[in-house]
Design a protein around this ligand. Structure first.
Ligand SMILES: Nc1ncnc2c1ncn2[C@@H]1O[C@H](COP(=O)(O)OP(=O)(O)OP(=O)(O)O)[C@@H](O)[C@H]1O
Ligand SMILES: [Mg+2]
Length: 363
């Protein structure tokens, strides 16, 4: 259980800079999740930490020690990949103990560690099987077991669940959460999956094009995104983002004209920053922020209805405007083509400047 620090870490492949001055302080025992669009550098960052790629500039410090030039095998890390990469000719027990055997550990101690890990992962009945006789979830558990037996100071996971079907993913996600509660090993976990990121992380690191956009607890990122990118990335379905133009009302208040909502004017509440007339901004509102009451109301036509059982998502629009996603708890009777009036509280809106930075209330 070590803390881990990245100081101005950059990585280039040839002339292309893939990671740009990444700074991150991971506390001992923390569960950190890297998220970001495909190609943003998540795996590369993990591989730099693991020592599978060389750091171009900056420092990696694990447990107070500079690790840039330390051999991967001496960094005290264990990595679990998307492809489990099990040896097909070895049993589960042999697969799990292989790295220890390779390191010259006595047989009795290997067996003890493998059995302890197998107990944690419910693999005891499968120890004598070969990988081909295992389900996807069981194989993934063996891959995790292989990492556990090494008793690493830091676990690194690169999309470990993305080869599993939906049900198994949920199951393994919960297993990984339990494992972390039990072992309390510092963990860095890469995923594309919103729900995995939100549910597993103590803190999420949002990356875009090799730059850290925001670091924070899942709910901090959800409730208080630093910019338009994070606002649009965290949350599923996504936050609705609509272009708007500031208008000063006759009473001297700031309002927003929303072209996608038939030029509806929404007067901003006190405490919202005053915007100059004509300033172009983006307005954000999450699907669940629409409610039966709220001073702003507008009429939409429903395009698509998604019934999930407990919740319904309506995709609706005003004339030819952008589709707006509305979450309804009581939405079972809605049908495509129906008209609907949605309301929201203007105080709940998120505002973003033309450069994507957040315009905060009271600033
Ligand atoms: N060995 C390499 N040589 C050159 N470019 C590379 C190399 N490895 C990765 N890249 C590039 O670095 C960028 C980041 O890749 P990386 O695999 O870290 O992305 P990622 O965020 O993990 O994406 P994904 O979500 O698709 O797995 C990509 O543009 C990729 O093409
Ligand atoms: Mg990747």
């Amino acid at each position: 259980m070590s803390d881990l620090k990245l100081v101005d870490v950059s990585k280039s492949f040839g002339a292309v800079e893939i990671l740009k001055k990444v700074n991150l302080d991971v506390k001992a025992r923390e569960f950190i999740v890297f998220v970001g669009p495909s190609g943003c550098g998540k795996s590369t960052l993990l591989r730099l930490i693991a020592g599978l790629e060389e750091i171009t500039s900056g420092e990696l410090i694990i447990g107070g020690e500079r690790m840039n030039d330390v051999d991967p095998s001496h960094r005290g890390l264990a990595m679990v990949f998307q492809s489990y990469a099990l040896y097909p000719h070895m049993t589960v027990e042999e697969n799990m103990g292989f790295a220890l055997k390779f390191a010259g550990m006595p047989k009795a101690e290997i067996r003890e560690r493998v059995l302890a890990a197998a107990r944690i992962l419910n693999l005891e009945p499968l120890l004598a099987r070969k990988p081909k006789a295992l389900s996807g979830g069981q194989r993934q558990r063996v891959a995790i077991g292989r990492a556990i037996v090494r008793q690493p100071k830091v676990f690194l996971f690169d999309e470990p669940l993305s080869n599993l079907d939906a049900e198994l993913r949920v199951h393994m996600r919960i297993e990984i959460a339990k494992l972390h509660r039990r072992l309390r090993v510092t963990t860095i976990y890469v995923t594309h999956d919103q729900v995995e990121a939100m549910t597993l992380a103590d803190r999420i690191v949002v990356l875009r094009a090799g730059v850290v956009e925001q670091v924070g607890s899942p709910l901090d990122l959800y409730d208080d995104p630093a910019n338009l990118f994070v606002a649009g990335f965290i949350g599923s379905p996504k936050m609705n983002l609509l272009p708007a133009v500031a208008v000063i009302t006759a009473a001297g208040r700031t309002a927003l004209r929303l072209p996608d909502l038939g030029d509806t004017l929404v007067v901003l509440p006190d405490g919202t920053p005053r915007l100059d007339e004509g300033r172009a901004v983006t307005v954000g509102i999450r699907p669940e922020q629409f409610s039966a009451n709220g001073s702003a109301a507008f009429d939409l036509t429903i395009d698509i209805v998604e019934h999930l059982g407990g919740t319904t998502f309506l995709y609706a629009r005003k004339d030819a405007g952008t589709a707006i996603v509305v979450e309804m708890k009581e939405g079972r009777t809605h049908k495509p083509g129906d008209a609907i009036t949605v309301r929201f509280d203007p105080a709940a809106l998120y505002l973003f400047d033309a450069d994507g930075s957040r315009i905060r209330a009271g600033v």
